[in-house]
Design a protein around this ligand. Structure first.
Ligand SMILES: NC(=O)c1ccc[n+]([C@@H]2O[C@H](COP(=O)([O-])OP(=O)(O)OC[C@H]3O[C@@H](n4cnc5c(N)ncnc54)[C@H](O)[C@@H]3O)[C@@H](O)[C@H]2O)c1
Length: 501
């Protein structure tokens, strides 16, 4: 599965492609350089001596070779390559069909002035533009206008650095490579019906809708629900692993929401001192949060997630189409975490959330990709939560307590929504947050149909000790992640918890 960058000359396909390949730990291929190597002469010379049609023939055969199954398997250990295409490489229908069936194509777009500025620097390398660069480029863009416009994935590079464009390309492709804790890929896309795993762990609800998508792997089907995220279930998993003959080389697949990924990851981290696992998240919350970052664990009656380990999966595969079967309530709950990610560092994502549930459902791919990107940036900076990763706990200290006191009548996301607004109000009171931030967060969450206040029947007195045993405690005081403004949070030590509530 290759990642192709395409677009007019000067759009930055090579520069951005190299950065993208480095970020994704994939090989980088410049199709023009392959053509030159095959022909043993530079492209201007091929054009001069043989003409454009002959050049296009060479281009077509170079692309064909690159997309052959053999070459794809070799590139990046079967993970494909980042490929910069020449500006007219997909003009031929058969080339386009080949590229689109061998991977994904992003069209890089730039305004005429940006293109010119870059092209004038190396016009001699561009035989189709030699001489009057402006005139020739203008007419080339006119001729290819419809062609370029027909590519569904587009990235506007004007005003962005090459690094920023590469990061955006990652979001559009839905591809990341994590290396701060373990080395693994995160991919957004359809799940193949054969995944390299020995046993699936899932729950009854997910099994009903999605287990048939992975027909070749045996499965353990657990009862659904947070109340099963405990040592008894882990013990059941360990025994099932044994019965299925799993050994240290085996891989288990967690197909489900955050409860399944936390349980499976934890069971995998401890079985035979650690075996591999793959996360196939099936809730929005699990896609944008629980499956990322390698935290696995279970609850104790005294508090959530008190027992656990860091054990990253070897692959995260998020297929947003699996969310179609999710109940409205669960989808809304997941949106609470998406809002949280917007508040932490992506104001544009926060603005998207303000468009409401219908918009979010229609644009769920975009929502998943953007929200995942926020979490990935944070966990890559601080994988073991020494510092900034604690920002991801925004809304969770209050959220976990209110969730527990409600006896899980409130879902995790609903509890986090209440927690975020409660903590934001506190942040305003103590002068950390700008005035109005709590209101803005509350409005967006309400717009998504999420609760924003601690229900009257929840006892604050019962919440305090639960907040204290919450795992984020540090030396007596509790460290809160508090919003400063939309897109920025700060970590603050709080001694008197009653003040927060
Ligand atoms: N490890 C981490 O970093 C991390 C981060 C955030 C949350 N979590 C944990 O995640 C858990 C919450 O995750 P969750 O909200 O995904 O809960 P969940 O796993 O309980 O799933 C919610 C419900 O949706 C059902 N479901 C799942 N996918 C479905 C689908 N595609 N179609 C229909 N039904 C489906 C499940 O059976 C369940 O009933 C909590 O335990 C929380 O502590 C962990």
């Amino acid at each position: 599965m290759h990642l192709f960058l395409y677009g007019p000359p000067g759009a930055g396909k090579t520069t951005i492609g190299k950065i993208l390949a480095r970020n994704l730990n994939l090989p980088f291929v410049d199709l023009d350089r392959i053509i030159e190597a095959n022909a043993e002469k530079p492209i201007p010379q091929i054009m001069n001596e043989q003409g454009e049609t002959a050049f296009r023939d060479l281009e077509a055969s170079a692309l064909k070779a690159l997309c052959s199954p053999l070459a794809e398997n070799k590139q990046g250990g079967g993970r494909g390559a980042v490929v910069a295409l020449g500006g007219g490489a997909l003009l031929r229908d058969e080339n386009r069909a080949l590229a689109e069936s061998s991977g994904k194509v992003i069209l890089l777009m730039a305004g005429l002035e940006t293109l010119l500025e870059r092209l004038e620097r190396d016009s001699e390398k561009r035989p189709l533009l030699a001489g009057d660069v402006r005139g020739k480029l203008t007419s080339l863009l006119e001729t290819r206008e419809e062609h370029y416009a027909s590519f569904p994935l587009k990235l506007h590079v004007d005003g962005k650095s090459a690094e920023q464009s590469a990061y955006h390309a990652q979001m559009i492709f839905g591809r990341h490579h994590l290396s701060a804790m373990g080395e693994y890929d995160v991919r957004v896309g359809q799940i193949p019906n054969l995944l390299p795993g020995d046993l699936i762990v899932t729950d009854e609800n997910v099994a009903k809708y999605h287990l048939q998508k992975l027909p070749h792997t045996p499965a353990i089907i657990l009862p659904p629900g947070e109340e099963h995220k405990n040592l008894e279930t882990v013990s059941r998993l360990w025994k099932s692993f044994l019965q299925h003959g799993l050994d240290r080389k085996s891989t288990v697949i967690a197909l489900g929401g955050g409860v399944i990924s936390d349980l499976t990851g934890f069971a995998a981290s401890t079985y035979m001192r650690g075996i591999a696992w793959i996360a196939v998240p099936t809730t929005l919350l699990a896609m944008v949060d629980a499956s990322l970052g390698g935290k696995t664990g279970i609850d104790l009656p005294e508090g959530k997630n008190l027992i656990g380990s860091f054990h990253p999966p070897k692959l995260v595969l998020a297929d947003p189409s699996l969310l179609l079967t999710l109940s409205d309530r669960e989808l809304r709950s997941g949106m609470a975490e998406v809002v949280k990610h917007g508040v932490i560092s992506d104001p544009e994502l926060f603005e998207m959330c303000s468009r409401g549930m219908d918009w979010a459902k229609e644009n769920i791919q975009t929502i998943v990709k953007r929200a995942m990107a926020v979490k990935i940036q944070v966990i890559e900076q601080d994988p073991y939560e020494k510092d900034i990763r604690a920002a991801l706990n925004l809304g969770h200290t209050v959220g976990h307590a209110v969730e527990l006191v409600s006896g899980f009548k409130l879902s995790h996301g609903e509890a986090v929504a209440i927690g975020m607004v409660t903590e934001a109000k506190y942040a305003e009171r103590i002068g950390i947050a700008r005035k109005g931030v709590a209101n803005m967060i509350g409005e967006v969450l309400s717009q998504l149909g999420l609760p924003v206040e601690i229900p009257n029947d929840i006892s604050r007195e019962e919440m305090i000790p639960l907040m204290r045993v919450d795992k984020k405690r540090s030396a007596g005081s509790i460290r809160f992640a508090l919003p400063v403004e939309i897109g920025r949070v700060e970590l603050v030590e709080v001694d008197v918890l009653e003040d927060v509530l």
